[in-house]
Ligand binder design. Structure first.
Ligand SMILES: Nc1ncnc2c1ncn2[C@@H]1O[C@H](COP(=O)(O)OP(=O)(O)OP(=O)(O)O)[C@@H](O)[C@H]1O
Length: 649
């Protein structure tokens, strides 16, 4: 249950509200569940990899055997056949392993996308207010693909090569412990350097992915406002903005390239140095008679055997580091609570429909606002973020790594009292009731809080204080989905979803028949839309409904709501894009639909709501008048002015 008290103290900016502060790097512990989600398959791949290395190891042994025999003057054909079989099987295993690795890599990406999409579609609405759509899209599309590289860039081969590695290490230790110590110290030094650099890669990768997110967000912004851009002759300016983000992503990519450029030679150099040291020290030891040339040569051969899996491991460390950067951004979203995280699992059902009236008090109004106050939750954060952006602290942060990055993040986290400009109350002590079967209209100037009132009824946000009741029960105590099923919501500028007319209609009631769909379309005067395409209900509406006019989109939204036939209708500006004739038709349809239903309606044009049972006049979030049109003309100066303005008085 959410906090109902009005926040008065400035808050520290919580992590979740900081898309700009640099996403925390994920830990290996967070990566394992993704890699080992299909444990059996991973086991199969690792076994194939180990068997594959055994077949690889067998080849030089067989080859040596063959040469020995040839030298001894005897040609043994079975060794050749076995060698051919071993080479073929090794190739087959390598192909199979490659396929299974790619397949598992794709599954990991799929699972990450599943988790993310599941979470994103359930985030509280406030998260969408605070985040950029393109950035969320980029997390699903781009960040997830980096997880695949962990598997496909050497990790499993390196695990498979462990057998060779361990064998070589034991043999080297037994052969000459002094040379072994020299080798191992070189390797440890290079490992330390590689791990240190890998941490930088992870941070740089997170920053790069963040920039890719910003780029996607900018492209999304430009494409979604294409007509406005063209009409404002702003294409070039917008292009420059997007290019700036593209170059930002490029620069962050270069950061990773620079670190990798150090990482690869450092790891190679360490290995080469160990070889030189072994040769040098080994030579001296041979000269001193402390070891034989034969064991020095064997030692060096084992050193080479050890180097191959080690090289793979170093490559894998870099891939894992990049993945950890991206995983941080994935996990950041996954760690957010679902919208219904605090809901009680045994929350009662409240149904206002039919005689059953489940859960509701029979005589209670459909809806009731009881001293409701509300402020949008993220304004403190917005102020701080704006300040951070303006002062360039964000850029400083993403270009730094390690301790400097942490310090920058801590600076960003701290909000001075003076930064914390608390948002004003958008609704202030609002009380009104919507008796069952009544139509209540919310009127008032722009920004008065009308749409916010409907958003609170839908529980997109919870009140800062006060209670909203449905059928006498606090909304927060009711099962959320069931509660929303009681509501039909036609939003201001109702979005039309890309797809067919049928897709849009069935959103609220998937089981509606074609006949019902056609009937409801005719009810809202959309019959001609059906008639003008041979596809009928299957006609495409275009991206965001571009193939429909504004009025048609609104009527489609109303049709969708009417089809779902909920007991309470919430209408926000639902007739604003309609001409007089259409408006009259829609009002007829709404009046019919409203029979026996409760309705809360917002309309700027008072003509659409003068017949309401009650009008609630809002001004700056406060109720300044309640009553019928005639009563308000007498009692409420603001309403009188609104009415005069619209030539109704
Ligand atoms: N998601 C949001 N985050 C922060 N502030 C918001 C958000 N949505 C609206 N506001 C603010 O809340 C106030 C009330 O907005 P609301 O949309 O409820 O007004 P309205 O009466 O419906 O206006 P209009 O008639 O112009 O649609 C405005 O000052 C607006 O800036």
């Amino acid at each position: 249950m959410s906090d109902t008290s009005t926040p008065t103290k400035p808050r520290r900016k919580p992590d979740r509200e900081q898309p700009h502060s640099g996403t925390p790097r994920a830990s290996l512990k967070q990566l394992w569940p993704y890699l080992f989600e299909d444990k059996k398959m991973m086991a199969v791949i690792i076994v194939i990899s180990i068997v594959g290395s055994a077949f690889d190891l067998a080849q030089p042994i067989l080859m040596g055997l063959l040469i020995q025999r040839v030298e001894a003057g005897e040609f043994t054909s079975w060794i050749v056949w076995v060698l051919i079989a071993v080479v073929l099987v090794a190739a087959l295993l390598s192909g199979l392993q490659h396929f299974l690795l790619q397949r598992t890599g794709e599954r990991i990406v799929l699972n990450a996308r599943r988790h993310l999409v599941r979470k994103i579609l359930r985030l509280p609405i406030a998260e969408f207010d605070a985040r950029r759509t393109g950035d969320l899209v980029s997390r699903v599309g781009s960040d997830t693909t980096l997880l695949r590289a962990v598997l496909t860039q050497g990790l499993i081969e390196a695990i498979g090569g462990t057998l060779t590695f361990v064998g070589a290490v034991i043999a080297m230790l037994l052969l000459d412990w002094v040379l072994f110590l020299i080798t191992i110290s070189c390797i440890v030094v290079s490992l330390v350097i590689v791990v240190f650099l890998a941490r930088k890669v992870a941070t740089a990768s997170a920053a790069a992915q963040e920039k890719v997110g910003e780029l996607t967000a900018s492209v999304e912004r430009a494409i979604s406002a294409m007509r406005t851009l063209r009409a404002s002759v702003a294409t070039e300016r917008e292009e420059a903005r997007v290019m700036e983000d593209a170059e930002g992503a490029y620069r962050r990519g270069l950061d990773i390239a620079a670190i990798s450029a150090v990482m690869v030679p450092v790891s190679m150099l360490a290995l080469q140095l160990s070889l030189v040291a072994v040769l040098g020290v080994g030579g001296v030891r041979v000269a001193a008679g402390e070891t034989s040339i034969a064991s020095l040569i064997s030692f060096i051969m084992f050193l080479f055997m050890m180097i191959a899996p080690l090289g793979l491991m170093f490559g894998a460390v870099s891939a894992v580091a990049s993945a950890l950067g991206a995983l941080g951004r994935i996990e950041e979203i996954r760690a957010l609570p679902d919208e219904d995280a605090d809901d009680r699992s045994d929350a009662p059902l409240v149904t206002l429909q039919g005689p059953a009236n489940v859960g509701a008090q029979p005589s209670a109004p459909a809806l009731e606002f009881d001293a409701v106050s509300f402020r949008y939750p993220d304004n403190v954060v917005r102020a701080a973020r704006a300040k951070a952006d303006a002062s360039g602290r964000f850029d400083r942060f993403v270009t730094q790594t390690g301790r400097a990055a942490r310090k920058a993040a801590e600076e960003l986290l701290t909000i001075d009292e003076s930064d914390a400009v608390e948002s004003p109350l958008v609704l202030d002590d609002v009380s009104f009731t919507v008796p069952r079967g009544h139509k209540v209209a919310l009127v008032g100037p722009s920004g008065a809080g009308k749409s916010t009132t409907l958003a609170l009824i839908e529980r997109f946000y919870d009140p800062s204080s006060g209670v909203i009741r449905m059928g006498g029960v606090d909304l927060r105590a009711i099962d959320r989905s069931e509660m929303r099923a009681q509501l039909g919501y036609v939003q201001q500028n109702s979005p039309t979803l890309a797809g067919t007319i049928r897709d849009n209609l069935l959103l609220g009631r998937p089981d509606a028949s074609d006949e019902e769909c056609v009937e409801v379309l005719r009810d809202v005067n959309l019959g001609d839309v059906l008639d003008r395409s041979p596809d009928g209900l299957d006609a495409q509406v275009g991206e965001a409904g571009v193939r429909l006019s504004g009025g048609e989109q609104q009527r489609l939204a109303i049709a969708r709501t009417l089809l779902a036939a909920p007991p309470i209708l919430l209408m926000d500006e639902s007739t604003s894009a309609l001409d007089g004739r259409n408006e009259a038709l829609i009002r007829d349809a709404l009046d019919r639909a409203a029979e026996g239903r409760s309705m809360v309606m917002i309309a700027h044009r008072l003509s659409t709501v003068v017949d309401a049972d009650e009008l609630v006049v809002l001004d700056h979030g406060r109720v300044v008048g309640r009553g019928t049109h005639e009563e308000l003309i007498e009692t409420t100066p603001l309403y009188r002015r609104l009415a005069q303005h619209q030539l109704l008085a």
